[in-house]
Design a binder for this molecule. Sequence first.
Ligand code: PMP
Length: 433
Amino acid sequence: MTTPDTKTSRNDILFARAQQSTPGGVNSPVRAFRSVGGTPRFITRAEGPYFWDADGKRYIDYIGSWGPAIVGHAHPQVVKAVQEAAARGLSFGAPTEGEIEIAEEICRLVPSIEQVRLVSSGTEATMSALRLARGATGRDKIVKFEGCYHGHADSLLVKAGSGLLTFGNPTSAGVPEDFVKHTLVLDYNNVAQLEDAFESMGDTIACVIVEAVAGNMNLIRATPEFLQRMRELCTEYGAILIFDEVMSGFRVGLGGAQALYGITPDLTALGKVIGGGMPVAAFGGRADLMHKMAPIGPVYQAGTLSGNPVAVAAGMTTLKLVQQPGFYEQLSGQADKLVKGLTAAAREAGVAFCADSVGGMFGMYFSASIPGSYSEMMAGDKERFNRFFHGMLDEGVYFAPAMFEAGFVSSTHDDAIVDATIEAARKVFARIG
Ligand code: PMP
């Protein structure tokens, strides 16, 4: 595989052009390679575990559209379902049978979800779940954890203070202090801090929202005690427990993180895999709570393209494919093989590195041990990660372009793909060691 001549690279030409019409040249910030430097690759097509950039260079893709492509890119059955649905009409703004089918499937596969509402993005799903939690409890305060991302709704765009219990300051310009003054940000995996928060203000907390397997501060596992205590405290104080499984849902296993940990949240946000690469997300949970949604309840939420028939066809087909016997065993087996291979390759080169995986998600850390919190993750060697990232890119392997992101395998990442990745990593670790 050859590195494109950057002087004549079509990626460079497209990036320069994109920046004229679009802020930063991209429609979602991480795509701009700001964290790792260099030119983002403009993708022309994808198939199975691969995609190709505008220079015709092929990459093994470990992003999978940031999670949705769990059955590989352009899976023939998903593409067929989309084509057939598109031929019947793109959007009706009226209900369809397909929406019932996917809702029934989600309720069947995620037992805590008794009723579900479809939306078009993870941001909408978490934002609506929060509104429902506040509407149902009549309380304002929400608890989130440092390093967990729940989309870009105003009240969730809050950075944490240090390790202390702090009310949030907005992380983004344009979010009034007033909008986030009810958002309490706590440390991930810190049980004592959570207990303190409930003790001092538990009867004013509407909900706790958490990524039960965190994937937006690289991959970080919640400890079982953390989630268990969270469940108990929410029940004791009448707060709603929201699992944000936009990323972990149908990714860490069939029933999501809640099945893995055996914990039942009141509400769940889903996205990514349930759309199979098309814009479908959802929130759902206890029927008594969901009955508070418009049109039967007082909590308003709506969407012109919600339950879009073409998107639902992609999602439903993907949900069928992941239920094939042995799907998750194979998926997690490949992620595990990748993680072990990378770790061994780093060790051979004397690079401080470790890695972890849960189901089809993995994390790579340029540190001596696997982090358990945002601050531990941030202590990793970012400069070395960046060199690794670019080295792998040159070798034709595309990992997430930031140290803070998790990676994803698909069912098409077979042994040959994983072996080729490890072989490439061996070369790159030797260069950056
Ligand atoms: N929650 C989690 C856990 C996510 O990972 C994401 C997206 N990465 C979101 C919410 C927001 O989803 P979307 O980008 O579809 O709005």
